[in-house]
Design a protein around this ligand. Structure first.
Ligand code: NAD
Ligand code: IPM
Ligand code: MN
Length: 361
């Protein structure tokens, strides 16, 4: 198989973790006889430094010209003072919007090997943690009208939160179809006791639910959902929610599995071309130290093989290798426990590659 993959390393730990994902992809190419062309794309803070804007036109075009986009992370304190219109994060939001990637799938599943890395009590972890956060990705308060103005002598800022029926309907379909392939349970998270957008969300989700009589649908208010995720995560199968709630709840959901460094994501739209990105950021506090956990990034490359290229066996191979490496007692600093072997970011990538090579087909 021949594919063009746009690679956005971005900032902070981005280059370190992306290098490990590419190592793994090259190993898959070799083993399965595929040919991937890697197209480095400059976006984020590094693009501001080089070109004065976080997403040069050529970078967006390179993403549109590729079969898939693999993104590490963008942003960092260095660019906190830049004009909001060119912030590093704007590049990420613009790519999602321009590619029409309205559905962000963020799995929260605990590896059995990492039960002790979860901050939750053993009695809770034992009941199981395996759910999918389906986050709406190109609507809501992230993309509504923004304004900072002077009103009666003081500054006033506003961000509009808006959703149309169409935007809610398509993400609801994603959630129900996802649940159909899992355990058939959707929990829709909103703030319908306060927000008009949430009341519309609930109405449309219920309409779509009628088309999926085999899938159950329950509503939950977002504040309660944040609490239930730590009280009893086993109750969740598919959690569907709007953009900002999904951003916050998915970081929370990641941590109960041991570390945010473990969780991949797939950002999908109508076309086959998606973007694949770990859910964490550029981790400026550990950048340049070769200690970041590359597993979320590597599993994101795996999701790309599965969703964008239909390479299910290759994706499974990557996931199995990650599990094997954990079973063999290897850890990165974020999930380190007594009696295990701590690896750097690059050593973890090497260990996963080595394991893929030695696994029989
Ligand atoms: P963050 O996710 O970068 O880091 C939060 C904490 O988690 C830090 O302590 C960090 O060290 C740790 N962490 C994150 N990834 C890790 C990994 N792979 N291995 C080990 N530890 C890891 O969130 P933040 O500090 O709030 O944000 C930093 C910057 O990243 C900001 O500029 C933010 O806008 C940006 N950001 C980018 C993305 C993205 O590009 N997709 C996502 C989130 C945040
Ligand atoms: C994420 C990030 C982004 C988001 C930021 C960097 C714009 O937090 O991918 O989760 O909020 O979507
Ligand atoms: Mn986030």
């Amino acid at each position: 198989m021949e594919k063009r993959i746009a690679l956005i390393e971005g900032d902070g730990i981005g280059p370190e973790i992306l290098a490990e994902a590419v190592k793994v992809l090259r190993c898959i190419e070799e083993r399965y006889g595929h040919h991937f062309t890697y197209v480095p794309v400059c976006a984020g803070g590094c693009a501001i430094d080089r070109y004065g804007t976080s997403l040069p036109k050529e970078s967006l075009e390179a993403c549109l010209d590729s079969d898939s986009v693999l993104l590490a992370a963008v942003g960092g304190p260095k660019w906190d003072g830049v004009d909001p219109s060119i912030r590093p994060e704007k590049a990420l939001l613009a790519i999602r919007k321009e590619l029409g990637l309205y559905a962000n799938l963020r799995p929260a599943r605990i590896f059995s090997q990492l039960k002790h890395a979860s901050p939750l009590k053993e009695s809770i972890v034992e009941k199981g943690i395996d759910f999918m956060v389906v986050r709406e990705l190109i609507g809501g308060v992230y993309f509504g009208e923004k304004k900072t103005e002077t009103v009666e002598g003081e500054l006033r800022a506003s961000d509009q939160m808006a959703y149309s029926e169409h935007e809610i309907r398509r993400i609801a379909h994603t959630a129900f179809q996802t649940a159909r392939k899992r355990n058939g349970r959707v929990i829709s998270v909103d703030k319908a006791n306060v927000l008009d957008t949430s009341r519309l969300w609930r109405k449309v989700v219920h309409e779509v639910a009628q088309e999926y009589p085999d899938v159950s649908c329950t509503d939950m208010l977002v504040d309660n959902a944040a609490m239930q995720i730590v009280k009893d995560p086993s109750q969740f199968d598919v959690l569907v929610t709007e953009n900002m709630f999904g951003d916050i709840l998915s970081d929370e959901a990641s941590m109960i599995t041991g570390s945010i460094g473990l969780i991949p994501s797939a950002s999908l739209g109508e076309s086959r071309r998606g973007m694949y990105e770990p859910i964490h950021g550029s981790a400026p506090d550990i950048a340049g130290k070769n200690i970041a956990n590359p597993i979320g990034m590597i599993l994101s490359a795996g999701l790309m093989l599965k969703y964008a290229f239909d390479l299910d066996e290759e994706q499974k191979r990557i996931e199995d290798a990650v599990e094997q490496v954990l079973s063999d007692g290897y850890r990165c600093a974020d999930i380190m426990e007594e009696g295990k072997t701590q690896l750097s970011c690059s050593e973890m990538g090497d260990q996963i590659v080595k394991t893929i090579r030695t696994m029989s087909r």
